[in-house]
Ligand binder design. Structure first.
Ligand SMILES: Cc1cc2nc3c(=O)[nH]c(=O)nc-3n(C[C@H](O)[C@H](O)[C@H](O)COP(=O)(O)O)c2cc1C
Length: 215
């Protein structure tokens, strides 16, 4: 099986980059293949343009026949080759980095990740359909702090119940927070534990039984 792994961090020489490496190692250990979409290295444009906004909102009434940008089509093609989608990015101000958010704004287009079910609106490409998604998300604060503030649960809900849910074409999603990367007391232990979690998640990702539910 094959995974498309979306990575959103300015450098692979970061703890988030080490999480990416551990995940990919686990995927390989389980006998699967992967492709990495490094959004910063690709120079992925995360700003929804005026033309894209007008297409989404059907300002000109021909949304289904307005061409999609080449970089968005390229992402759809990478996803179509994958059995699973993985995302690796840090917690930045209690959310994903803006580049990651913009990827969803631009790639999850109407007719692909959602539609209005209009009888005379048929899109010339297949909708998103992927069996599983995995989100690995290092956070600087401790797990206790991220849970007490509600940030951990908020982020999990946004990913598992909205951006990566069955309604958009993702059968199941596991959201894994990897906290404590900047914990002054225990950063080293947290990082070691988080890398082991990422590697194990990579091993299980494509072989895990369907219907395990969101994490
Ligand atoms: C701009 C920025 C905002 C951040 N915001 C948060 C935050 O809201 N909560 C949190 O737990 N950690 C936050 N962090 C810490 C990162 O999550 C932490 O740096 C990351 O988990 C691992 O570091 P690295 O991959 O950049 O080496 C922030 C870091 C940066 C650079």
């Amino acid at each position: 099986m094959h995974a498309y792994v979306v990575f959103a961090h300015p450098t692979r020489r970061s703890f988030t980059g080490a999480v990416l490496d551990a995940l990919c190692r686990g995927i390989e250990e389980a006998g699967h293949t992967f492709e990495i979409g490094d959004l910063y290295a690709m120079g992925f444009n995360s700003d929804l343009s005026l033309a894209e906004y007008e297409r989404e909102t059907n300002v000109h009434g021909n949304r289904a026949h307005s061409p999609l940008p080449a970089d968005v089509r390229a992402e759809h093609e990478k996803i179509s080759r994958a059995d699973g989608l993985a995302f690796v990015f840090p917690v930045w101000w209690s959310d994903c980095p803006a580049k990651m958010k913009g990827w969803f704004d631009r790639v999850w287009v109407c007719g692909y990740a959602y539609d209005y079910g209009l009888p005379n609106e048929t899109f010339p490409y297949p909708p998103l359909s992927v069996a599983r998604a995995l989100v690995l998300c290092p956070g600087g604060n401790t797990g206790d702090a991220l849970h007490q503030s509600g940030v951990a649960e908020g982020m999990r809900r946004i990913f598992a119940n909205d951006r990566l849910q069955p309604g958009v074409g993702v059968d199941q999603c596991e959201f894994v927070l990897l906290p404590g990367t900047e914990d002054p007391q225990r950063a080293a232990q947290s990082r070691t534990r988080n890398l082991a979690t990422a590697r194990r998640a990579g091993r299980d990702f494509l072989t895990a039984e369907a219907g395990r539910g969101s994490g």
